[in-house]
Design a protein around this ligand. Sequence first.
Ligand SMILES: Cc1cc2nc3c(=O)[nH]c(=O)nc-3n(C[C@H](O)[C@H](O)[C@H](O)COP(=O)(O)O)c2cc1C
Length: 191
Amino acid sequence: MQNQINEIIENRRSIYPKEYTGDQVEQVVLDTLLRNANFAPNHKSNYPWRFMVIGGSNLEAWVNKAAEIYQAETKEEAFNQAKYDKIKHYAQQVSHAIAIVMERDPDVKSIEREDLCAVAAGVQNMYLSLSQYEHVGGYWSTGLGSYSKAMSDFLKLNENQTLLGFFILGVDEKKRTEGHKKDYMKFVSYL
Ligand SMILES: Cc1cc2nc3c(=O)[nH]c(=O)nc-3n(C[C@H](O)[C@H](O)[C@H](O)COP(=O)(O)O)c2cc1C
């Protein structure tokens, strides 16, 4: 078990839409990811995450919205047609996008940074859960209009909800696990 968990953590990778076949991720995979996310630690058991699954006929509408936001919110001189086309092409590559939403409880004095941390822990559980599926990849995107009011409106978020990005999912031929990571001791000190 000890070796298994270390290996799962070490081999976790972000797998991007260019690596997806366009096939659909099965419902059982979605259920596993969403269930495991819900086991993340959260202070005062306030469950600050809300996950909104975008798939099927909604996926194209979401891709179009992300592309529209990119065009509308990018200065003309910075607009990159290839980037716009890349986003549009996600409709043929991505299976599902899971909107990662933090919901604050206005009646409870919860601390925003704690809620943010808890949601991120939930997303890590989704990342790690992918290790059991040889042909399903995913990554956390904070692009695709994540910080735009237009995207929050598209998702019909209320004033207590903040969009923290999307967990993008797709089927891939063979999951990549290699990666170049810096030595952990660079970021550790003992006081
Ligand atoms: C909060 C957060 C936001 C991210 N946003 C993006 C993004 O917008 N676009 C992207 O390509 N990758 C995004 N990533 C994925 C990182 O680029 C990726 O984790 C990093 O390159 C390391 O690769 P690995 O996940 O395979 O170890 C995000 C990751 C995190 C944690």
